[in-house]
Write a protein that binds this ligand. Structure first.
Ligand SMILES: Nc1ncnc2c1ncn2[C@@H]1O[C@H](COP(=O)(O)OP(=O)(O)O)[C@@H](O)[C@H]1O
Ligand SMILES: [Mg+2]
Length: 260
């Protein structure tokens, strides 16, 4: 290709914000010249490069704005270690129909059994499929809403929690919630009800929610909406966090026993 024409094309592609096409032009042009690639095929592979780069970028952006504490994938979940997690149910959820149907998912169980991992894994999957997702702990959400009351930004702060197609509320039950906090949770759940999906994790059973939220009437109003269209996982088993520790301890015991 004539240098002048080539450089003008590169500049025009950049002007049109098509950087992947600009980057790949040279190598595809060479490839096309040395093969029998048609004009349409040449343009098509170049455009595909741009489309896939834009898709990758928007997935990255959605994952970033979802604010997951640590990225986890459902593919890395060891079902053999946690047999009380129904693998079929998780796989069904990973089709993400529950988001289209505005249904909720609740992961319940003691610490270390993979609640945050599963919630994050589904959230990442949703980001990859184009859904807007936000991850928060109950405590962080309550603090943010509380702070927004002080500077009159409550309505817009509340919107940030109810706008996403999927809101993940992690760690319900670890810390007690004030009466205002319970009221905030109610508002979020009520606004998201049948308008979006919530994935919620808790180390406490539903019977304890009155105590956690300091108000059994609000607790049952929240649970009523959350559970209406929902999938609930009651996970029972050992902490994965302690697994490695136990493995190490087991090894030490073996080593010690060899001395005697
Ligand atoms: N079944 C599992 N397979 C693979 N990793 C797991 C499994 N369960 C838990 N983990 C890992 O163990 C750690 C604790 O899990 P986490 O999801 O934070 O537990 P929880 O939220 O229930 O307290 C995380 O690093 C997580 O990725
Ligand atoms: Mg957790």
């Amino acid at each position: 290709m004539a240098t002048e024409g080539y450089e003008k094309l590169i500049m025009d592609l950049k002007e049109l914000r098509l950087p992947a096409m600009a980057d790949m032009l040279d190598s595809y042009a060479k490839q096309a010249a040395s093969s029998s690639m048609s004009y349409v095929d040449f343009l098509s592979v170049l455009v595909s490069e741009e489309v896939s780069r834009k898709e990758r970028r928007s997935i990255e952006n959605r994952i970033k704005s979802a604010r997951f504490p640590i990225l986890k994938s459902l593919d890395d979940f060891d079902y053999a270690f946690q047999p009380s997690v129904n693998r079929k149910k998780v796989e069904e959820l990973s089709s993400l129909r529950f988001i289209d149907n505005r249904e909720n998912v609740l992961f319940l169980g003691p610490p270390g059994i993979g609640k945050t991992h599963l919630a994050t894994g589904l959230g990442v999957k949703a980001c990859e499929s184009g859904y807007k997702v936000l991850f928060t702990t109950l405590n962080d959400m309550v603090s943010a809403l509380m702070a927004s009351m002080a500077d009159n930004s409550f309505p817009s702060k509340l919107r940030t929690f109810i706008q996403p197609s999927l809101l993940v509320i992690d760690e319900v039950g670890y810390l007690p919630v004030s009466k205002e906090g319970a009221n905030f949770l109610f508002q979020v759940v009520a606004k998201q009800y049948e308008a979006g999906s919530i994935i919620l994790t808790s180390n406490r059973s539903f019977a304890d929610w009155g105590e956690i939220l300091g108000d059994s009437v609000i607790a049952s109003a929240i649970l009523d909406r959350l559970l209406h269209h929902s999938t609930v996982f009651n996970i029972r088993g050992d902490s994965y966090r302690l697994r490695e520790k136990k493995k190490l301890m087991g090894k030490e015991e073996k080593e010690n026993s060899q001395h005697y």
